[in-house]
Design a protein around this ligand. Structure first.
Ligand SMILES: [Zn+2]
Length: 503
């Protein structure tokens, strides 16, 4: 056998060669937009840390793809070596090995370190800036920025079927937790569900490690991620086990291992279980999406076209006569006429669950330009009300008003930074309703006001350099509509009757 070369030594056009590599990534089979060509890409890495793209086309995929498993080591010989044309580059890699049914691939098992890669991953809180990239090439931008995220998967939601452009698609959401115990949802699409998704779910009780590469950043509950045609999802990469065994060498990689080790440590067990149990990941994630210098919109400039609107406002609900709670499904919060505590078949999530009181009430938000009413739900509502849903319900049944006088006075003296979003109401003539997804108290001069045109619009806007978050993304719209379904079912709760407002 010829000398075993490193990736860097295998030059474009070279014919007789053998290199030893680890399959670091195995992407899904994708079709090109303009031709019927299908291809599957791989990323190979060697002991020096050099990388090269592997690619298999069309009928060779069925033959060769099963031969190459991610994280395994191979001797690969005599693949055709080409330069990747700029138009076809989806990563920073410039060379490509074309693997055909004639390529020689031999798996090797030895004691050498499995992967020499180091991952520099993006912090969850830094993702929001990538959401601002408004055109469809955001995926491409991210690739070159090498946007990797890392975390452990603590829960997987049920797979759903959706229709995009009259094509059926499947999506499954995973809940990822990072080293700061922040959560982020990752939508896995189609083949990702069958391949990496099934691996994750079979190991979910151990909180599998996930590295997501070249993911799409979406505006959903603040920030969310989605797989993309050439994303890669690495499940339990061996780098971690290797490092744990070696007791964390002073290596960049040790940081990675320590983080995972730390995350899974027993002191976090309760916290992780809590996230799963209370499904806090469904909430707006302000830690990740609220910027330190969050821009806000004048209330008079709010339009139903906004997706999320940040306002700086005073709160008041003194003049709104309302119940402060409703009975809903303990799991999905869908409203029900079932009695408190009863097990019932929920029409929203189609499962049998207990009927529990949930806090819900309207608040008027006002600034110098106008007033808008928004509804708060759940924990966020309880926090502002300073009473639990159960307490509110008990007062209601005892026919006594909640003692809120001090609270009303207290709120009057405060200013809040709040994020509200329009609720899609089925009735065309109904008043536009808003849900408050987040609020925090701020000092009086903390936030700057900007024009509403700079806020997150659903429709695209012109202008290359504006910071508009107007990225039109089908997946994002899908997510949004699913969410609106839930929110509007909440919004369809008996609407609070209003006392006439004092002049
Ligand atoms: Zn339910």
């Amino acid at each position: 056998m010829a000398t075993v070369l490193s990736i860097a030594d295998v030059e474009v056009g070279m014919e007789k060669w053998t290199a030893k590599v680890t399959a670091q990534e195995k992407q899904q089979v994708t079709s090109s937009i303009s031709t019927p060509t299908r291809n599957q890409k791989f990323i190979f890495i060697d002991f020096e840390g050099s990388k090269v793209e592997g690619i298999i086309f069309n009928s060779d995929i069925a033959i060769m793809s099963p031969r190459i498993e991610v994280y395994k080591k191979y001797l690969i010989s005599n693949a055709q070596v080409k330069r990747i044309l700029d138009n076809f580059r989806t990563t920073e890699l410039t060379k490509q090995w074309i693997i055909t049914s004639r390529t020689i691939i031999e798996e090797i098992v030895d004691d050498e370190d499995v992967i020499a890669a180091k991952f520099t991953y993006t912090k969850f809180r830094d993702l929001a800036q990538y959401m601002d990239r408004k055109d469809i090439s955001v995926g491409l931008l991210l690739q070159f920025l090498s946007l990797d995220i890392m975390g452990i998967v603590i829960a997987a939601l049920d797979e759903r079927n959706v229709t995009i452009n009259s094509k059926e698609a499947r999506v499954q959401k995973l809940v990822i937790v990072n080293e700061e115990l922040q959560t982020l949802m990752l939508s896995m699409w189609n083949a990702f569900i069958d391949n990496e998704g099934s691996k994750i779910i079979s190991d979910i009780q151990n909180y599998p490690v996930l590295i997501g590469r070249r993911l799409n950043v979406q505006n959903y509950n603040g920030v969310a991620l989605s797989t993309w045609f050439d994303s890669a999802v690495l499940v339990n990469p061996p780098i971690q086990e290797a490092m744990e065994l070696k007791n964390c060498q002073k290596d960049l990689r040790a940081g990675f291992t320590l983080i995972i080790f730390d995350l899974r440590a027993s002191r976090n067990a309760k916290c992780l279980a809590d996230i799963v149990e209370k499904r806090t990941y469904n909430r707006y994630n302000p830690d990740i999406s609220c910027q330190a210098d969050q821009k806000t919109t004048d209330i008079s400039n709010i339009s139903s076209k906004h997706k999320n609107v940040w306002v700086k406002a005073s709160f008041s609900f003194e003049n709104i006569f309302q119940k402060f709670w409703y009975i809903g499904c303990e799991k999905c919060f869908g409203s029900t006429s079932a009695d408190y505590g009863a097990q019932f078949m929920c029409n929203t999530c189609k499962q049998k669950h207990k009927a529990e009181p949930r806090c819900k009430f309207d608040v008027d938000l006002s600034d110098d330009t106008g007033i808008v009413t928004a509804t708060l739900f759940g924990d966020l509502a309880e926090k502002l009300l300073t009473f639990t849903a159960k307490e509110a319900m008990e007062h209601y049944f005892q026919n006594t008003a909640l003692p809120l006088e001090i609270l009303h006075e207290d709120i009057k003296s405060k200013k809040f930074l709040a994020c509200i979003r329009p609720v899609q109401v089925p009735l065309a003539d109904a008043k536009q309703r808003f849900t408050m997804v987040y609020y925090k108290e701020v000092s009086h001069d903390q936030v700057s006001i900007i024009d509403s045109s700079e806020q997150t619009l659903i429709s695209p806007s012109a202008g290359e350099t504006s910071s508009s978050k107007a990225k039109v993304c089908l997946l994002q719209k899908l997510d949004a509509s699913a969410e609106n379904m839930q929110l509007s079912s909440e919004a369809l709760q008996s609407s609070p009757r209003k006392k006439p407002r004092q002049a």
